[in-house]
Design a protein around this ligand. Structure first.
Ligand code: NAI
Length: 332
């Protein structure tokens, strides 16, 4: 049995987490959950955003499945997600976006994986506000080693999975310093993979290309903020936030989580789509070498998604979160 830390999170987090737990249990996955929460829920209950018991659990288990966590806009606490990623140097944020049979979208042939640098850039936390002059600075710090780690992760993935192309996304025409550093590391690493086509696109052009001809992209690698935005854009191309998975991966720890947030507009109603968290959990099973279990759950999930009637409202169906989970379980 492999022990995994489970962070239910806020909003719809506990609802979709229950669905994933039920599916894992029905599939007899050899995983035991060590449940430790974080975020708004633990802050309200015990005044701690990231309880020390959670940190201890992560340090021990080194693998976690995490529900979404609410972060107040403007003044308020610092994002728990950003803190966890920085605390454990989970520098690779990996987000696959693939067309699914049965989910109606504008395109039927999207299959890309986005690698977003996860600890630096505009999310470095280097923020200053000058009260007297009423000037605010949010510094987008990139380090050479940080750029190197994310581009290397993207090329290594492309190589391992037989991907033909890696595209770097940047704004080096305006952000002369940070953009050049990122591109320099990209071009240096690309030379080690002569069999993979390497090219780069400026972020604004990339957005246009993605909504016009998304099928041309394979692996995409970019800095933190651009990656955050592009991954939601890619989610929109393949069925929305309810269906896209993600992973935060470092050298010796990984936290798997959906791309979406805590969805306060639908929280507590039992109608959230658990697919994104389930797909993240399937990525986790591959990470811990439980491929057979991952494939079995994926086949049952895909068969359920192929029939709209069996799905949740965001996919055009009428099923509740747990009914959807039961529909998957019945196909295992
Ligand atoms: P959101 O992703 O929570 O919701 C955007 C829209 O997508 C909403 O209409 C929501 O109902 C829908 N949606 C999201 N997940 C869904 C699902 N599984 N099934 C069906 N519909 C779904 O983004 P929003 O509203 O901007 O953020 C809400 C909170 O979540 C904020 O506090 C934000 O900071 C946080 N957040 C947390 C993330 C994380 O923990 N990794 C990631 C993104 C946002």
């Amino acid at each position: 049995m492999k022990q995994v830390t489970l962070i239910p999170g806020d909003g719809i987090g506990p609802e979709i987490t229950e669905a994933v737990k039920a599916i894992f249990s029905a599939a007899n996955v050899p995983v035991t959950w060590e449940e430790e929460n974080a975020g708004q829920t633990t802050f309200d209950a015990m005044g701690e955003l990231i309880p020390t018991t959670l940190i201890a659990s992560l340090e021990k288990n080194r693998v976690a499945l995490k529900g979404p966590i609410t972060t107040p806009v403007g003044k308020g606490f610092k994002s728990v997600n950003v803190q966890l990623r920085q605390m454990f140097d989970l520098y690779s944020n990996v987000r696959p976006a693939k067309t699914t049979k049965g989910i109606e979208t504008r395109f039927d042939n999207v299959n890309s994986v986005l690698f977003r640098e996860n600890t630096e850039g505009l999310y470095s936390g280097l923020e200053m506000f000058d009260e007297r002059l009423q000037i605010s600075d949010s510094v987008a710090r990139l380090t050479r080693v940080g750029c190197r780690k994310i581009v290397r992760a993207a090329f290594a993935y492309a190589d391992k999975h037989g991907c033909k192309r890696v595209t770097a996304v940047h704004k080096a025409n305006i952000l002369k310093s940070a953009g050049a550093l990122f591109l320099d590391e990209f071009n240096t690493t690309a030379k080690e993979y002569p069999h993979i086509q390497a090219d780069d696109k400026i972020i604004d052009n990339m957005c246009m290309q993605l909504v016009a001809k998304p099928e041309q992209f394979d692996v995409i690698v970019t800095t933190n903020l651009f990656g955050d935005i592009l991954s939601d854009l890619c989610a929109g191309l393949v069925g929305g936030l309810g269906v896209v998975a993600g992973a935060n991966i470092g050298d010796d720890m990984a936290i798997f989580e959906a791309v979406h947030g805590s969805a306060p507009d639908i929280a507590g109603r039992g109608i959230a789509n658990p697919t994104a968290l389930l797909r993240s959990a399937i990525m986790m099973l591959h990470h811990i070498d439980l491929k057979e279990e991952a494939d079995r759950i994926e086949v049952a999930l895909e068969a359920t998604l192929a029939n709209k009637e069996e799905c949740t409202g965001d996919l055009g169906g009428k099923a509740s979160t747990m009914q959807f989970a039961q529909n998957i379980i019945s196909k295992l």
